[in-house]
Design a protein around this ligand. Structure first.
Ligand SMILES: Cc1cc2nc3c(=O)[nH]c(=O)nc-3n(C[C@H](O)[C@H](O)[C@H](O)COP(=O)(O)OP(=O)(O)OC[C@H]3O[C@@H](n4cnc5c(N)ncnc54)[C@H](O)[C@@H]3O)c2cc1C
Length: 377
């Protein structure tokens, strides 16, 4: 691979673009596994690292999303923080250009700029707490007041991390119950062949039972193409609901100077010394924080090998999908190896990893667990 050819200088200037899961996992891994001296530089306009899974519980009053100041995280890892966004990668110059028109040189560049959410349909409610929380809050209030007893949750075609739809369905059903909306109905419509299909057979069966016990109607193999405020069309048939909530789609960051696919997801395979990790890349079909971190770890392992670290026993390590579903009986831990989900599908009330966080990461999660939350958003 071209990007593995050149001898790396020591100290090695590693520039990381981004301030999310992949960027911070890469930053934490650099110091831990790369044997040469590293000068890390983090470039992002983001002030805080935002921990997104709690966005799902927030409208129901289950905790607020956490934010961790990036200047502290950078300082803890001996990194320079440049508060700017990368707008162009110039592989020939081994440099990036920022929005503030600074040229920042790199020996190795890790692009971890994530993806952007956008509504899958013109109508209905897109569940996007970061840009438009009001519509969903209103729907919840209407459900609680008995004005909108039937809520449909839609996983649009193209959404790869579907667990938020299941979590929403469970929480909306519980919300209906707790607000005495006894006639409330929650329907979950998904293109998957089985509930949470990516987690394999065991998880699908357990989750199907769980949803049935909560009287959530699940329709699999559904591909809606039209959504209005109170109806959706799938396979030529219409289904009505009082409120329709759809997960958003994602588009890639389309960074100038780097090839991307039709959806803007980056591919740095043939760009020397440039790696992509996390939601920004097209390497993974499932856009999920735990997988973003595993990609970051894999990128850093490649850098480490170029600095003389021994090759790991498994190269590349198999990617493992991990997730937590909060149920009324407590959290359920879900896990499956992506290369054989059915054989490895695991559903457990006991933690299957440590710390038992929704975004399961080798280095970032233990580091964050040791930090006090100093800001809330
Ligand atoms: C509601 C919700 C619930 C979720 N639940 C889970 C869960 O339970 N488990 C799980 O594993 N995943 C979950 N995810 C998915 C997870 O949040 C993402 O997959 C993960 O954050 C991707 O990490 P990333 O580092 O690739 O991108 P991001 O976390 O999006 O980070 C990208 C960073 O890059 C910065 N940036 C963007 N453009 C530039 C630029 N040009 N220059 C510099 N910086 C830039 C951004 O500001 C941001 O800081 C959830 C997502 C949502 C929305």
């Amino acid at each position: 691979m071209p990007s593995e050819g050149r001898t790396l200088p020591d100290p090695l200037r590693v520039v990381i673009a981004g301030g999310g899961v992949a960027a911070l996992e890469a930053l934490a891994a650099l110091g831990a596994v790369v044997p040469c001296r590293v000068t890390p530089v983090l470039i992002t306009k983001t002030i805080n690292f935002r921990y997104r899974p709690l966005l799902l519980g927030e409208p129901f009053g289950h905790g607020a999303p956490r934010a961790y100041p990036l200047d502290g995280i950078a300082a803890d890892h001996g990194a320079e923080l440049i508060a700017d966004d990368v707008v162009e990668v110039m592989p020939d110059m081994h440099a990036v250009r920022t929005a503030g028109d600074a040229l920042v040189p790199y020996d190795v560049l890790i692009v971890a700029t994530g993806a952007r959410a956008y509504p899958a349909f013109q109508d209905g409610i897109a569940f996007d707490r970061e840009t438009s929380p009001e519509d969903f809050d209103e729907a919840l209030a209407d459900l609680g007041a008995g004005l909108a007893p039937h809520v449909a949750i839609v996983v649009p075609d193209g959404v790869t991390w579907t667990l938020p739809a299941y979590q929403l369905a469970l929480q909306i059903a519980a919300w209906g119950r707790s607000h005495h909306a006894s006639a409330s109905v929650v329907t979950l419509l998904t293109p998957e062949r089985k509930p949470l299909e990516a987690f394999g057979e065991t998880v699908s069966l357990e989750v199907a039972d769980l949803l049935e016990a909560e009287r959530i109607v699940v329709r699999t193999g559904v591909h809606p193409d039209v959504v209005t405020a109170t109806a959706l069309r799938a396979g030529g048939r219409w289904l009505g609901a009082d409120r329709i909530v759809a997960l958003p789609l994602l588009q890639g960051p389309r960074l100038l100077g780097l090839p991307h696919d039709a959806h803007g997801f980056l591919d740095t395979t043939n760009i020397p010394d440039v790696h992509v990790a996390g939601d920004a890349g097209c390497a993974t079909a499932i856009k999920q924080g735990g997988l973003a971190a595993q990609q970051a770890d894999a990128v850093v392992a490649r850098i480490a090998r170029r600095c003389g670290a021994p090759a790991p026993a498994h190269d590349p390590e198999p990617m493992v999908l991990r997730g937590i579903l909060d149920t009324r009986s407590g959290p359920r831990f879900l896990r499956a190896a992506l290369d054989d989900p059915d054989a490895t599908s695991t559903f457990s009330p006991e933690p299957l990893w440590w710390p038992p966080t929704a975004v399961a990461t080798r280095r970032l999660a233990p580091y964050l667990a040791g930090l006090e939350v100093t800001a809330r958003v």
